[in-house]
Design a protein around this ligand. Sequence first.
Ligand code: NAD
Length: 459
Amino acid sequence: MANFNRRSFMKASMATAALGVAAACSQQGVKPTGAAPAAKGKSVMGLVVPAMAEVRVGLIGVGERGVGYISHFSQIEGARITAICDTDPQTLQRARGLFDKMAKPQPAYFGDSPDSYHQLLARQDVDIVVIATPWALHHPMAKAAMLAGKHAFVEVPMALELEQMWDLVDTAEATQRNCMMLENVCYGRDELMVLNMVRQGLFGELLHGEAAYIHELRWQIKEIERKTGSWRTFEEARQNGNLYPTHGLGPVAQYMGINRGDRFDFLNSVSSPAIGRAEYAKREFPADHPRNQIKYTCGDINTSIIKTVQGRTIMLQHDTTTPRPYSRHNLIQGTNGVFAGFPNRIALETGGRGGSYHEWDMDMTPWYQQYDHPLWQRMGREAERNGGHGGMDFLMCWRLIYCLRNAEPLDQDVYDGAAWSAVLPLSVASVADRGNSRDFPDFTRGLWQKTKPLGIVGG
Ligand SMILES: NC(=O)c1ccc[n+]([C@@H]2O[C@H](COP(=O)([O-])OP(=O)(O)OC[C@H]3O[C@@H](n4cnc5c(N)ncnc54)[C@H](O)[C@@H]3O)[C@@H](O)[C@H]2O)c1
């Protein structure tokens, strides 16, 4: 009788649970996060590829972002740009002009059709492909690059949907190629210094982080024919959530050793009303302008909370609409104290510079002297000279070329790109479901438990 009751109870519970899952998945805007699909190859965690004497670079997309890669890779010893693809003739013309100005040999150019990038991928003189195109093209282009035998370096976010992220993980594993998302902020001087501080135990045991992309970009909707606003405006209108999570989150994830000893478990996300963009369009365009026909659905301020498997929390915000100063928050709190960015400040219980932890120490000079990351100590001056968000862009390019030429694993892998980008679809699903939680997939398929946190590298 006892057995019968237990069996009946379990059957009933399983049926109820199945109904619950079906109901949850059928809620508006809620997509199933999906269990890990069967792996199609060996893990690429810590992938090392044979050292390349010279790294031959193909660039796809040399618009507002990609144009910077022309000058960065042209300045790095051991790197050579051999091919460029962009569908905009004016943008290709600008690229040609830059090579003339630098007195460097012209690469091969492509861009007659949206599929021309396949011609670039077919070339034998391309080892790595750097993709700086609109978001929706990241997944197909990165996948095609790996299938063509190239290593893919793709702008943020790595992809838009969880299925696409799994697909890039699976393709990287099947082809044993790198697929690195180009999260340049991980190479900022402050972020590298904080990583160094964290690894030296300055903050004690880590408890909580805060990250953001707060950057007023309403003006981009005036870009109609070309440039970022010509496509990003429609992304801002398409869905409601955190559309651009990785700049603030990447460094905090590295401090916490996400995918290397810890892992994002779930998130909850809520959005404020979406008012600012419609108001801006009304103010800046005639009433019958196409920009006034768009329904701007993304909430002006999105706030998510991520819980990690080790129990830590991360507060993450997205706001490209409201009039306020730029911030990525960049806050890390441990049992011994806290660092916060924008503006930089630090408060410690022990190991501080005399003051109490009730007050911020705002003078960063001595902290830089003591804790500047070895990479920044070696390359910081050159990085600042070459520019790109205070040098972080150049340093990222320099570092990835260094790793490829010295047979070292890259600092960010396909699992990082997937986990950090997953906030986008998960936040959209959570917002549509009254902020109820959504689980992160484990893109590492369990390997996060065995992998060591990113080290402090000298380069
Ligand atoms: N990491 C950063 O700091 C940072 C900063 C800005 C932008 N970005 C990212 O860079 C990417 C590009 O943004 P952007 O501001 O340069 O946009 P953009 O519109 O200025 O540039 C995109 C380029 O892609 C080209 N393109 C479009 N379809 C193509 C195709 N099928 N084949 C080849 N080229 C094609 C366009 O002609 C354009 O020149 C985005 O993913 C964005 O999120 C990153």
